[in-house]
Design a protein around this ligand. Structure first.
Ligand SMILES: [Zn+2]
Length: 255
């Protein structure tokens, strides 16, 4: 399995990072894809990539909740990393978030367009966060990317109609712990989504699957998401694992 979106460089894992990585490997995970969220998190992320060489792959981006007045300066500093010798597997995490703060909506739009253009010019996929902003994120993606690269709408929680629009853009849905929650509508939406368009993710340390709600999430729990998807798609868990791993390898160009 591949955890296509996980923040294991955060301090929540400082006490037991090695043990957590071992649990992920024992659970059958081959790669962790790490999105930074701001400028400060880049070095912590790089450190994990160096310690767990080959297992952790970095992304680079500015999270919409980190877009403030100085976002243009931050973007130009992030661009220096992107233009360096380092290999990033995607632009992320990027997106739109109207839930926490609507003050910077125009700046968020700008930052998103700029970073999607980076994805196109570098030939990289992207990892997109949206909260209360799915339609705008889809339309900006359509304008900027126009089938020139692919991406994942991470932690997808939208409608069937929005899922269709994302598939029309040749993008995929990142499915995580939310799919195991009783109140989630995702199960109904997924009935219209082919397995070709799904990748697994935890978004650890956030959004743990049942039975770990309220606790810290970690990559090994990907297993619970695969089990739930097997139930929804009525196939063997191994089919879910093989399909979603192949999808992630293809989108993020992993060897
Ligand atoms: Zn995230």
């Amino acid at each position: 399995m591949i955890d296509t979106h996980t923040h294991i460089y955060l301090s929540e894992f400082d006490a037991d990072r090695d043990a957590m990585i071992s649990r992920a490997q024992s659970a059958g995970i081959s790669h962790l894809l790490l999105p930074n969220i701001d400028q400060d998190s880049v070095e912590d992320m790089h450190r994990c990539v160096e310690v767990y060489t080959g297992f952790c792959k970095p992304m680079l981006g500015l999270h919409p909740c980190s877009v403030k007045d100085d976002y243009k300066d931050v973007l130009s500093r992030l661009k220096l990393y992107l233009d360096s010798d380092r290999c990033y597997c995607a632009i992320g995490e990027i997106g739109l978030d109207y839930y926490w703060d609507k003050q910077y909506v125009p700046q968020q739009h700008n930052a998103l367009s700029t970073q999607l253009e980076w994805a196109v010019s570098k030939g990289l996929p992207f990892s997109m966060h949206t909260r209360d902003a799915m339609d705008d994120a889809i339309s900006i993606t359509k304008d900027c990317v126009h089938y020139k690269t692919r991406g994942v709408f991470h932690c997808f929680g939208g409608s069937t109609d929005q899922a269709r629009k994302i598939l029309d853009l040749n993008c995929a849905l990142g499915i995580g712990g939310v799919v195991t929650y009783k109140k989630s509508m995702l199960e109904d939406v997924l009935k219209f989504v082919p397995l070709d368009a799904i990748v697994l993710e935890t978004d650890a340390p956030y959004l743990p699957p049942v039975p770990y709600r309220g606790k810290r999430n970690e990559p090994a729990y990907l297993n619970y998401i695969a089990i739930k998807l097997a139930e929804i798609y009525q196939v063997d868990k191994q089919v879910i694992i093989e399909k979603t791993t192949a999808n992630a390898r293809s989108i993020f160009k992993l060897a």
